[in-house]
Design a binder for this molecule. Structure first.
Ligand code: FES
Ligand code: FES
Length: 149
């Protein structure tokens, strides 16, 4: 058993300590907004925040995050108010199929927190999430729309 603090709520999960955090989130806790893409930390579909830092949860064992604050896409909005990245995503019609987008949004939320006005180079260097639908230009436009708001 491990006690995981997810979106402000402590959850007891019955998993092997080596289980990837992604599976504890999806299978044990039932929060399915965090997606599985590659399983090898390459695509970013599984991105969550751990103590405010974006991490690819497919490659983080449960044992490494006990006692830390985990935030998933379901916990990004606060008190019914969308996070500014979520709002920009809607305003800029970013998602296509949507599969990669929760991870993309979590990665961008961290970027914006650390660098409120990122350049294209900053975005390219930080947002390495893969989108098979090719939403990269809309992602970039949405990030700039936040910076100029
Ligand atoms: S599923 Fe984790 S990075 Fe692809
Ligand atoms: S919106 Fe379809 S994979 Fe990114």
């Amino acid at each position: 058993m491990a006690a995981l603090k997810i979106n402000g709520k402590t959850q007891e999960v019955d998993v092997d300590p080596n289980t990837p955090l992604l599976w504890a989130i999806r299978e044990n806790v039932g929060l399915t907004g965090t997606k599985y893409g590659c399983g090898i930390a390459q695509c970013g579909a599984c991105t969550v925040h751990v103590d405010g830092v974006a991490m690819r949860s497919c490659s983080v064992p449960v044992s490494a995050v006990v006692g830390k604050e985990i935030t998933t896409i379901e916990g990004l909005a606060q008190n019914g108010v969308l996070h500014k990245v979520q709002k920009a995503w809607i305003d800029n019609d970013v998602p296509q199929c949507g599969y990669c987008q929760s991870g993309m949004i979590m990665a961008v939320a961290e970027l914006i927190k650390n660098k409120p006005k990122p350049t294209d180079a900053d975005i390219d260097a930080t947002i390495t999430n893969i989108c098979r639908c090719g939403t990269f230009q809309q992602v970039r436009a949405a990030i700039h729309s936040i910076a100029s708001a």
